[in-house]
Design a protein around this ligand. Structure first.
Ligand SMILES: Nc1nc2c(c(=O)[nH]1)N[C@H]1C(S)=C(S)[C@@H](COP(=O)(O)OP(=O)(O)OC[C@H]3O[C@@H](n4cnc5c(N)ncnc54)[C@H](O)[C@@H]3O)O[C@H]1N2
Ligand code: MOO
Ligand SMILES: [Mg+2]
Length: 429
């Protein structure tokens, strides 16, 4: 099955390892922002805004009553006190959604409801509970015993937002607060970035699909489904291309097909130096521009990125843990950056290491872990200090962070401060 040349095999072995930030920068330099489409506000949740939105009008748009009560001229109440009632003739009633044709002049008032537009002339609203009322000769009157300040219970025009003010920046993920803003300002059709289409395929002759019975020496393809979720969580659109056997011609054909109809291709498996590590070979072919094929990190040291037909190809490790970490460090930021997200990388926090971590390495380790907050302090608990990091699948589900263990450290004792990268918790959709 050796279709590769001797030169290629040598190149596959002699890899130059790049640091994680350098690898990220190599990718960032090649990311282009995707195209824009308009979606109705109802379908906009989780999408990324493609244009900066300015306020087309102030908000509130009119002087708004904050109480159910009466709109008055505050200076009418200057002499009001517990032993001096001031009387007002009620000249109108203003429910929410209506405006009054009347102007409030001294000695008159309008009954007004919470949220209604305050009538001309009035500069204060008094709560219903502060008034006394009577009907005389078919006219309604109210009395006040208290001096009311100008502006009381009136929300002025533009209190929250001035006309022309920047409301939302391009690159913002649309969630509840953004939905409120867009609806308030009448943006029914929202300009958003198209979700990058991400092709996913796995390589490995050992791989069975989920509905196949187990066979000796074979395993089910879990990485494709893990990647599918990660793509969704990152705001991309996953397109599943199943799995292929370890044959470089098959891989080339699959890549060709996947690159055609998608914006990014992510593969898993076959990137190390083994005889059947076909993706490792494929990226060395002359029609492919390899960006890197080794990163100074564990797991995922063999994580590979390349450009093929102007599109990014990520060849992630087959080891589930390495595949997971490789996606978080490189693929997710790409999906976010294609939607102009100003913060495409995982958030960096400081935490207290709960248990000592003794595994040492000459590469930076990204240890899957879980955070707990106690007494306002963030603690990070390594998911599985005693089992091999890269090949382990089971701890992925229990992890909400990656604990960064720098290479120069000779293990980290419990109680020491560590950097952690917070794994996004499926917030994009
Ligand atoms: N001689 C060397 N051997 C290895 C090295 C090395 O430097 N020299 N690196 C090791 C490290 S570190 C890693 S990580 C792995 C990388 O392996 P590959 O990315 O080439 O992945 P595969 O060989 O295809 O598979 C590795 C492992 O993962 C399982 N796998 C593969 N695909 C899937 C999938 N879709 N779902 C679930 N599990 C999958 C596969 O069966 C293997 O067990 O190489 C080391 N070796
Ligand atoms: O390259 Mo591997 O460090 O175990 O993922
Ligand atoms: Mg391999």
């Amino acid at each position: 099955m050796n279709s590769h040349s001797h030169d290629m095999t040598t190149a596959k072995f002699n890899r130059t390892a790049v640091q994680v930030p350098d690898a990220q920068a190599k990718i960032a330099a090649r990311v282009t922002v995707g195209s824009i489409e308009k979606v109705h506000l109802e379908s906009a949740h989780g999408r990324t805004l493609a244009e900066t939105i300015q306020a087309p009008h102030p908000y509130p748009f009119f002087r708004r009553s904050g109480m159910d009560g009466f709109a008055i001229i505050s200076t009418d109440t200057i002499d009001a006190s517990s032993d001096h009632q001031v009387w007002f003739r009620v000249i109108d009633e203003i429910p929410c959604g209506y405006t009054s044709d009347h102007t409030i002049v001294s000695g008159t008032t309008a009954r007004i409801m919470t949220g209604a537009q305050v009538p001309e002339g009035a500069d204060a609203v008094v709560m219903m509970e502060m008034t006394e009322s009577k009907v005389e000769n078919g006219e309604q009157w109210i009395a006040l015993k208290r001096h009311i300040l100008s502006g009381a219970n009136i929300t002025p025009i533009g209190l929250e937002v001035q006309e022309g003010q920047q409301l939302l920046e391009a690159g913002t993920i649309i969630r509840a607060g953004e939905q409120s803003v867009l609806a308030t300002f009448g943006i029914a059709e929202v300009p958003v970035f198209q979700r990058p289409k991400v092709a996913i395929f796995a390589t490995g002759t050992e791989l069975l699909d989920v509905d196949e019975p187990l066979q000796p020496g074979r395993i089910r393809n879990s990485n494709s489904y893990m990647l599918r979720s990660l793509v969704v969580e990152a705001g991309g659109e996953p397109v599943m291309y199943g799995s292929i056997a370890d044959d470089v011609n098959t891989a080339r054909a699959k890549l060709e097909e996947a690159i055609q109809d998608n914006d990014i291709v992510v593969t898993t498996g076959g990137v190390s130096v083994g005889d059947y590590d076909i993706m490792g070979e494929l990226v060395l072919e002359e029609h492919v521009e390899m960006l890197f094929n080794k990163v100074t990190m564990r797991p995922g040291s063999v994580t590979t990125a390349a450009i093929y037909k102007d599109k990014l190809l990520f060849a992630l490790s087959g080891n589930p843990g390495a595949c997971f970490v490789g996606f978080g460090l490189f693929v997710r930021p790409t999906i976010r950056s294609m939607q102009a997200d100003a913060h495409p990388y995982m958030e960096e926090w400081t935490a207290i290491l709960e248990e000592e971590y003794t595994k040492v390495n000459n590469f930076t380790r990204f240890v899957r872990g879980r955070t707990e907050i106690r007494n306002g302090m963030v603690y990070a608990i390594p998911a599985a200090a005693r089992v091999d990091e890269s090949s382990v699948m089971i701890t992925i589900k229990d992890s909400d962070c990656l604990i960064v263990v720098p290479p120069e450290k000779k293990g980290i004792p419990a109680g020491e401060q560590v950097r952690i990268l917070k794994l996004p918790s499926g917030h994009v959709r």
